[in-house]
Design a protein around this ligand. Structure first.
Ligand SMILES: C[S@@+](CC[C@H](N)C(=O)[O-])C[C@H]1O[C@@H](n2cnc3c(N)ncnc32)[C@H](O)[C@@H]1O
Length: 300
């Protein structure tokens, strides 16, 4: 597809150097991949069940029903991780290109694609900021759980600049009329009252950025670079990257398991999703500002 590889390791081309990513230590994923290769998937399942954020359920990509996905679509899954989106999409698209900064994750995905008999998945190690692939190569680009991590780089002084740069690259890579799908948290999600932000600390997404930055430096010795936004914040970001056709969905219960894609303005659908516990339009209207996550569909 593109000969700008730095190297190829075990059939996996590298656009950038490997950057391990994951909650479990790297050595553990290395061991797990070895178990898959030497002892098979049953052994892997029994020894490492859900250890690496992997899943064998395929409904993480169910947001696809709001996008006109045709059989001849070529898809780029950026930050493809353990393949929870690439695998289900490969069953319905013509081909899926999976890109991730982490070699072990791409190795896992390659093995998984082989196990499933999916010959239409290509895997690459690379950073989206390295502008891999040629212009207008894809009908659909997916960034599920990716944009919040893109700012964690030395290349830009400001994480927001890195995020805009990655969106501009996605725009270049999309064919005219193609779609970008972003699954991501809401900065002011109520869930962050009891759960940690991407920084690993509590409440940082609620703080003004400069306060979060000082707090992070004091607590972790590094800057705060995992920015999430409100709906209007994402809108602004996408417009700055050159996109104008933007639709928001509330992903219920969350973007990692989108059982319902609720159009942002459809308060009746939101009320239905909440089992009609909340009837007041004002409360529903307000609740959207604190909803957990968004599915954002953007067309070039
Ligand atoms: C939260 S995981 C999401 C994985 C997958 N999209 C999913 O929904 O299951 C984020 C992934 O993005 C990858 N990643 C982070 N920054 C990246 C970048 N700049 N370019 C490519 N991949 C990146 C990480 O290695 C990690 O696998």
């Amino acid at each position: 597809m593109n000969a700008n590889y730095k190297k190829i390791v075990e059939g996996i081309p590298f656009f950038s150097e490997d950057r391990y990513w994951g909650k479990a230590p790297k050595e553990e994923l290395e061991r797990a991949v070895e178990v898959i290769e030497k002892e098979g998937w049953d052994e892997f399942r029994s020894r490492f069940s859900n250890k690496f954020d992997q899943t064998f359920e395929e409904n993480r990509a169910d947001w696809r029903f709001v996008i006109p996905l045709a059989e001849d679509f070529r898809v780029l899954d950026v930050g493809a991780g353990m393949g929870r989106i690439s695998i289900p999409l490969a069953r319905v698209a013509s081909s899926v290109v999976a890109l991730d900064g982490s070699y072990l994750r791409m190795k896992f995905l390659k093995l998984r694609a082989e196990k499933e008999g999916l010959k239409n998945i290509e895997v690459y190690v690379g950073d989206i900021l390295d502008k891999p692939f040629g212009k207008e190569s894809f009908d659909l680009i997916v960034m599920n759980g990716l944009l919040e991590w893109v700012g964690a780089t030395e290349r830009f002084h400001d994480p927001r600049e890195a995020q805009i740069a990655s969106l501009k690259i996605a725009k270049d890579l999309l064919k005219k009329g193609g779609h970008l799908y972003i699954g991501i948290e809401n900065r002011f999600a109520l869930a962050y009252l009891r759960g940690r932000d991407h920084s690993g600390l509590y409440f940082t997404s609620y703080m003004p950025r400069f306060v979060a930055n000082i707090y992070m430096k004091l607590r972790r010795g590094r800057s705060y670079d995992t920015y999430t936004y409100t709906k209007s914040g994402y809108e602004k970001l996408l417009r700055e990257a050159g996109f104008n056709n933007i639709e928001f969905y509330l992903t219920y219960p969350g973007y990692n398991l989108p059982r319902m894609m609720i159009p942002y303005d459809n308060l009746n659908a939101l009320s239905y999703a909440l089992h009609s516990i909340v009837h007041s339009s004002i409360l529903l209207w307000l609740y959207r500002y604190f909803f957990f996550s968004f599915g954002i569909v953007v067309q070039k």
